[in-house]
Design a protein around this ligand. Structure first.
Ligand code: CA
Length: 494
């Protein structure tokens, strides 16, 4: 005999399944698309061919540009990984979450889950609309309620904020622990060889931990888990295979895939079939590997007749970490690199392809990775609750040709050290020029820099001419806009 609560539970389960099935059918009936968001790692504005690169070949990224909308004024919401990834899921400026440490820097492998499980975000909203949701690749947003135990259940994590499935690496490819995680568990872990780790040298040495893992020195120290170590040369193929398999498993229903490749973050180690392929260096070779991976995902969409009604978004979590690789210019014409407030730190490629709905072309609109959640929710027909995605602008109406739709008139960007700058029109205002150089510091010249700066990117994309002395009114207007964005909790149109 079943107890009443068991019967109730069984009944609720049936109702939930019925509800999920009906929302799935409803989504399909409305012609809503599949959604694939590809967020690359440390890929700069000037890296793909479609943004002017000639010394590397990116035919698959270029295909997305040719068949979709190419934004030339697209930005990562921060100049480093973790904050941008937080904003991509939550639609909230990361610096609003100071208590969680999201107002600067990146997390290490010891971070608890950085995304609140009680607020609606992009994956939870899409899941609620009947989408099958997965994140495959680099996570870098923490696990658990405190320091994660990689020998146990890594929960809460991606599955607790709206993803049905997760496969990936915990933080970055240069960081311990060097293992893959599927859903809540490290893949292939031998319980007889448990993982210990630390990011504090003194503690690490006391426990006999080593910074050597999976064939090279990494950030942090660790011990154990050897059977689970990844091979750097196989990471890209592994993530690509997982992504293609996810698409194929779900080809008969609506799905949302967030694909977060580790390319082209250091260490720039690619599969031997790409080594030397660019003649420009290891990073450029890894860019070829990344492009090949994207080609395989686009190929899977083609093969199953899904390409026309799939919205594919491609961007990067921050700018490139160098601006010259044997003549290839990863940051294009822009000044600065990853972590900096100069354009090179946060101006990134930004492409949206949805052949059934979006007319191909080039857009000069100011857009951010922060806008991806509102845009994909709009494409999925999801009504975003009042308190959700507070800083995310819906780009869909302009993408579909509605010239009267509200557009972003200003955008705040954050450096790796937590300094902020604001864009409005073609003007960019930095309240403290000495902080433009992010965690690189900028040396003596930066320390001498005093006060604020104003640049007109339309005339001065290299940010050389500080206009503040002659345009004090504009500087004051942008300073007030920045203060307004900081003091409000919502900046998107309601
Ligand atoms: Ca990054």
């Amino acid at each position: 005999m079943k107890f009443p609560f068991q019967r109730l539970s069984a009944l609720s389960g049936c109702l939930l399944i019925a509800a999920a099935t009906s929302t799935t059918r409803a989504a399909e009936a409305q012609g809503t698309p599949n959604i694939v968001v590809i967020l690359a790692d440390d890929v700069g504005w000037g890296d793909p061919g479609c943004y002017g690169a000639t010394k590397v070949k990116t035919p698959h990224i270029d295909r997305l540009a040719r068949e979709g909308r190419r934004f030339v004024d697209g930005h990562a919401s921060a100049a480093v990984c973790t904050p941008t990834r937080y904003s991509l899921l939550t639609g909230q400026y990361s610096w609003r979450r100071k208590a969680a440490g999201l107002d600067r820097g990146v997390s290490n492998g010891a971070s608890p889950l950085l995304i609140p499980t009680d607020l609606p975000n992009a994956p939870s909203l899409l899941k609620g609309a009947g989408y099958r949701t997965a994140v495959i690749g680099k996570w870098h947003l923490g696990f658990g309620n405190s320091r994660p135990d990689y020998n146990g259940e890594l929960s809460p994590g991606p599955l607790e904020i709206g993803f049905h499935e997760f496969f990936g690496l915990p933080a970055t490819n240069d960081r311990i622990p060097t293992v893959f995680i599927r859903d809540h568990r490290v893949v292939g872990l031998d319980p007889a060889d448990p993982i210990d780790y630390a990011y504090d040298k003194e503690a690490a040495l006391k426990r006999g931990l080593s910074s050597f893992a999976a064939g090279r020195n990494r950030i942090g120290w660790g011990k154990g888990g050897r059977a689970a170590w990844w091979k750097d040369t196989e990471i890209s193929d592994t993530f690509t295979n997982e992504s293609v398999a996810f698409i194929e498993r779900n080809k008969e229903r609506r799905f949302f895939l967030l694909f977060t490749p580790h390319g082209v973050h250091a260490p720039t180690i690619c599969h031997p079939r790409f080594s030397g392929s660019s003649g420009q260096g290891n990073r450029a070779d890894m860019l070829h590997e990344l492009d090949d991976s994207i080609g395989r995902i686009l190929g899977a969409l083609d093969r199953h007749g899904l390409a026309s009604n799939t919205l594919v978004v491609f961007s990067s979590d921050n700018g490139a970490y160098l601006n010259d690789e044997s003549g290839h210019r990863p940051t294009g014409p822009f000044r600065g690199i990853k972590s900096q407030l100069w354009e090179g730190g946060h101006r990134v490629p930004f492409l949206c392809r949805w052949p059934a709905k979006i007319t191909p072309g080039v857009s000069e609109d100011l857009v951010s990775t922060l806008d991806i959640p509102a845009t994909i929710c709009a494409a999925a027909g999801v009504k975003v609750p009042e308190n959700a995605l507070p800083d995310s602008f819906n780009l869909l109406p302009p993408l579909l040709g509605d010239a009267s739709a509200p557009k972003r008139d200003s955008l705040v960007v954050m450096s790796g050290m937590g300094a902020l700058a604001i864009r409005s029109g073609s003007l960019k205002y930095l309240p403290d020029l000495s902080k433009a150089h992010g965690w690189q510091g900028g040396g003596k010249a930066a320390k001498k820099a005093k006060g604020a700066a104003l640049f007109d990117l339309a005339k001065d994309p290299g940010e050389k001419n500080n206009l503040l002395p002659e345009r004090k009114d504009d500087a004051e207007r942008l300073a007030a806009l920045l203060e307004s964005a900081r003091s409000r909790s919502v900046t998107r149109p309601r």
